[in-house]
Ligand binder design. Structure first.
Ligand SMILES: Cc1cc2nc3c(=O)[nH]c(=O)nc-3n(C[C@H](O)[C@H](O)[C@H](O)COP(=O)(O)OP(=O)(O)OC[C@H]3O[C@@H](n4cnc5c(N)ncnc54)[C@H](O)[C@@H]3O)c2cc1C
Length: 450
């Protein structure tokens, strides 16, 4: 059989891969794309989007809880099965719609993991294919925990498929995925424990602001076991026993279900990268500033799987895809030069961050002013009886521009976008204060934060 030849072969049909494929096909290139799971990627099917549907319901509950006795008579009850069914209305159509749209754009589809045979050649579905450019956009997967009983650990994908919510759950790892799921599960009635290796949740986020979320989580009934390393999982009759080492002592906790939320690693094991002369590292495919592989110049990588240094998030994945498609279509001209990237933890309240933490600003030698305040008495929080509202801003002393902003509030995710504008536009604090925002909105509060 004749070997099929393409201008571009994309591996991974998530946010990053799809965008590169569409751009190159629209430019008249012959493009193929392969995925070894349902087409459409993590965000739309097993990540951001379905998560926000689950969070939405718990938000309604929490608001009622805040206003109980203040006009609300009783807090609504959750119907977990109906909630999952509602969530599925967003996810179930994604694979077919993705395949249909890709085909409509003239892109050929493969449904297996390709393996590199050499720098430009792949083996996929038993066929040998050649491509002038190969794009790796395979995302990340949960990091395997090498402990006895690891086969009993569930992962984030499983959370979205839970038909019933277990009475009790242990999450191993207090990163953003563990914290978000823990909040959903606890609000929906599960007894939740988080076992965390470090001494607090959400390690990369601003410690002072995280401390408010730790308290909010404990008030919700979450139990944290910090400085603990999970060493074993055993199956009992109804429960699982999760053993952990803390301060040199082995202890354990029983729960109906245990989730591995200890972090995610690049999805590269099946690609035979050595055969393709593709360099990789712990964080993924090694790339230069054009997102081109450092050893095989015909290969580019984008999205969560690239070791570009950008946060593994949906908007950064789209941005990296844009850079890769430009460089493939027009030659290496567009460099990775990212503005500050916001990130949001969709707990209740939300925790949102952009730019430098106080510690990072110190390490980088900036001369700065920090403002850290707890402000539950500000009107927006008071109007819905919210007990937690705090912020920390870091402002460059000489230039009077924002270096970092960290907020915990029910609408922190929306507020942080205003700091994106302020930071990308290099607005001075005077300029921000001189602007007129709608009142009474959470966005207006940023004037009081700088
Ligand atoms: C639970 C959860 C919640 C999240 N919440 C948010 C959020 O709120 N906001 C946010 O910005 N980001 C969030 N993310 C991260 C976001 O989902 C990712 O950053 C984004 O999906 C990355 O896009 P991508 O295209 O790089 O990878 P993916 O969307 O993961 O796509 C990679 C594709 O490659 C395929 N693939 C993998 N290996 C192979 C192989 N060997 N061969 C062929 N195909 C392969 C996969 O099946 C997948 O379809 C969340 C992630 C998770 C897991």
């Amino acid at each position: 059989m004749a070997i099929k030849e393409y201008d571009v072969f994309v591996i991974g049909a998530g946010t990053a891969g799809k965008n590169v494929a569409y751009d190159c096909a629209a430019d008249g290139m012959k493009v193929a794309i392969a995925d070894n799971r349902e087409f459409g990627g993590t965000c739309a099917q097993r990540g951001c989007d379905p998560k926000k549907v689950l969070v939405g319901i718990t938000k309604a509950m929490q608001l009622s809880e805040n206003l109980k006795g203040k006009g609300i008579v009783s807090v609504p009850k959750i119907d977990w099965a109906a909630l999952q069914k509602f969530k599925s209305t967003f996810t179930y159509a994604v694979p077919a719609a993705t395949e249909r749209d890709l085909k409509k754009a003239g892109i050929e589809l493969y449904h297996q993991s390709p393996k590199f045979l050499d720098e430009n050649t792949l083996l996929v579905e038993g066929k040998t294919v050649k491509a002038k450019k190969i794009v790796i956009a395979t995302g990340q997967k949960p990091m395997a925990l090498k402990i006895p009983g690891r086969e009993y650990l569930k992962v984030s994908d499983d959370f979205f498929e839970l038909e019933d919510l277990p009475e009790s759950i242990v999450f191993v790892g207090a990163g953003y995925i563990g914290m978000e799921f823990a909040h959903i599960a606890a609000r929906c009635g599960s007894k939740v424990t988080i076992v965390e290796f470090g001494d607090r949740p959400l390690d990369p986020f601003e410690a002072d602001i995280v401390s408010h979320l730790t308290k909010a989580s404990e008030d919700l009934g979450l139990k944290f076991i910090f400085n603990a390393r999970v060493s074993k999982v055993e199956k009992l009759q109804k429960n699982y026993r999760i053993s952990f080492e803390k301060n040199g002592i082995t202890d354990s906790i029983d729960a109906r279900m245990v989730f591995n939320t200890a972090g995610r690693v690049p999805s590269i094991d099946e690609l035979d990268l050595e055969m393709g002369n593709v360099a990789f590292e712990k964080n993924g495919i090694s790339v230069n500033e054009f997102l081109q592989n450092t050893t095989n110049k015909n290969v580019y990588a984008c999205g969560d799987v690239s070791a570009s240094g950008a946060l593994p998030l949906t908007p950064t994945s789209s941005q990296e895809a844009r850079i890769v498609s430009m460089n493939i279509r027009k030659g290496n001209q567009t460099k990775m030069d990212f503005p500050p990237v916001p990130s949001v933890v969709f707990t209740i309240p939300q925790l949102a961050s952009i730019g430098l933490t106080e510690e990072e600003a110190k390490k980088k030698g900036y001369d700065f002013v920090v403002e850290y305040k707890s402000v539950p008495h500000w009107y927006n929080a008071k109007s819905t009886n919210e007990g937690i509202y705090a912020y920390k801003t870091i402002v460059d002393k000489k230039r009077n521009i924002v270096l970092g902003a960290h907020i915990i509030a029910s609408e922190a995710g929306e507020m942080i976008n205003l700091f994106v504008l302020a930071m990308c536009g290099k607005l001075t604090t005077e300029a921000i204060k001189a602007m007129i925002f709608a009142y009474p909105t959470w966005g207006n509060d940023i004037k009081g934060m700088v």
